[in-house]
Ligand binder design. Structure first.
Ligand SMILES: [Zn+2]
Length: 360
C-alpha cells in the first residue's frame, strides 16, 4: 500500500516537529515546489533534496532510528539499518516505493544496536561501510555487544511492556482502545521476536577519519563524504556529509534531544562537535527526531556536555556515588533547550560513564 504525496497533509504534519517543518519549507523555497513524502506501511521517505530522503518509521514496525537514502543513477547508498532484521527487512521492502535502483552501500553511523542490528539482512553484494571501531565492536573483538549494558538496558524491558499491553487489553472495555492496544502489542511482539534473531554483522569496509564516494547521478557525480571527526557518542561515529546539498546525517553524535551517553566521551564530544561545525551545511539529519536547521543546537549541546562533565566531576570529588549524583545533579539551566529536563537529575548511565572515565 504505497501512496505518493505531493503536498504536506495533516497526517504528515502531525508527526513532524517545527525543526522538520522549517527544514522542509527551506527545501520548498529552494526548489520552488512542495516536498515529496512517500509512505509505505512501515516507512516514510521525506525528500530533503534531489535523490536525498530522510527515512523514519510510521510505527507499524519498531525501527527505533532514522535512516537516510541517497539515490544515484545506478544504485543507492543507505545510512543505518535500524534495530532488528525485522525493521531492516521492512525498510528494504519499502525502498522500491522510492527507487528501483539496488542498494550498493550501507553506511553505519556507529555500532549501536538501534542503527546497526539490521545489517545482517543485506546480501553479500552490499558493501557495509563503517568506522574501524564499529567493525571491532560488531565482530565481537571487544566482547559480545548483545551482552553489553547498553543493549541490555534498552531491551530488557520489552517483555514487561508486552505483559503490560496484554493486561491492558484484558482490562479495557473500550473497543477502539482495544484495537489500538492490540496493534501496539503486535508491534512489540514482532520487535521482541526479531531482537532474538540478531547476529551482529560488522562493516566489511572501514575508515579511520575520511572516505569520499562519488555517486553517479544524472548531472554528473554526487560527493558523499564519510567523516569521523573525533570521539563523541561512541569511539567510532561517522557523519555523512553531502556538500552540494549542504546537509549532514549525524547519527547520534548530534540530536535534537539529549543523546544517550553510556558509551560516550563527554569530555571530548564538544571538540568533536566543534569540528562538525566547520562543515558547510544548513540542515542536520539526526539519528533520532526531526531535522535541525543551522548550528545553534550544536552550541546548546556543547554547553550541556561541558556543564554535565564539570558538575559530575565536582560531585564525585565531594564523595557522592554515581547514582547519588545522577539523582541530584541540577541541569535545569538547560531545560529550555531540552524537554527531557523536568527537574534535578540526569540519566544514570551517563553519570556512571563519566565516573568510569574519571577513574581511568
Ligand atoms: Zn541511536
Amino acid at each position: 500500500m504505497n501512496k505518493k504525496k505531493n503536498s504536506l497533509n495533516l497526517a504528515v504534519l502531525g508527526i513532524m516537529g517545527t525543526g522538520m517543518l522549517t527544514a522542509l519549507f527551506g527545501f520548498v523555497n529552494a526548489q520552488g515546489g512542495n516536498p515529496t513524502v512517500i509512505e509505505t506501511a512501515s516507512h516514510r521517505f521525506t525528500q530533503m533534496a534531489e535523490g536525498v530522503y530522510q527515512i523514519t518509521g510510521t510505527g507499524s514496525v519498531n525501527v527505533m532510528s532514522n535512516a537516510l537514502l541517497v539515490v544515484g543513477e545506478n544504485d543507492v547508498l543507505l545510512v543505518d539499518s535500524h534495530v532488528t532484521p525485522n525493521a531492516a527487512n521492512a525498510l528494504l521492502n519499502s525502498i522500491p516505493a522510492v527507487t528501483n535502483k539496488p542498494v550498493r552501500y550501507l553506511v553505519n553511523s556507529h555500532y549501536h544496536f538501534d542503527h546497526a542490528h539490521g545489517n545482517q539482512v543485506f546480501s553479500s553484494d552490499v558493501e557495509i561501510i563503517g568506522h574501524e571501531y564499529t567493525r571491532i565492536k560488531l565482530n565481537g573483538e571487544l566482547g559480545n555487544v548483545l551482552e553489553e549494558s547498553t543493549h541490555i538496558s534498552f531491551t530488557e524491558g520489552v517483555p514487561g511492556q508486552i505483559a503490560n499491553l496484554e493486561r491492558q487489553i484484558a482490562e479495557t472495555s473500550d473497543a477502539a482502545q482495544r484495537i489500538t492496544l492490540q496493534t501496539q502489542l503486535g508491534v512489540a511482539q514482532a520487535h521482541l521476536t526479531s531482537l532474538r534473531e540478531v547476529v551482529p554483522t560488522p562493516p566489511n569496509i572501514t575508515l579511520e577519519t575520511k572516505m569520499t564516494l562519488f555517486q553517479t547521478v544524472m548531472q554528473g557525480s554526487r560527493e558523499i563524504q564519510l567523516l569521523h571527526m573525533g570521539r563523541g557518542h561512541t569511539a567510532g561515529d561517522v557523519v555523512v556529509f553531502l556538500p552540494q546539498e549542504r546537509m549532514v546525517f549525524t547519527g547520534d553524535l548530534m540530536l535534537p534531544s539529549l543523546s544517550y551517553m553510556g558509551d560516550s566521551f563527554p569530555q571530548e564530544w564538544p571538540e568533536t562537535l566543534e569540528q562538525l561545525k566547520t562543515l558547510d551545511f544548513d540542515i542536520i539529519l539526526p539519528g533520532h527526531g526531526a531535522p535541525l536547521q543551522g548550528k545553534e543546537k550544536i552550541d546548546q549541546f556543547q554547553a550541556y556536555l561541558e556543564d554535565l562533565w564539570q558538575k559530575t566531576g565536582t560531585m564525585k570529588a565531594r564523595g557522592l556515588t554515581a547514582d547519588e549524583t545522577a539523582a541530584q545533579i541540577d541541569m535545569t539551566n538547560h531545560a529550555t533547550n531540552y524537554a527531557q529536563i523536568r527537574g534535578p537529575g540526569a540519566d544514570v548511565r551517563a553519570i556512571r560513564r563519566i565516573y568510569a572515565l574519571l577513574d581511568e
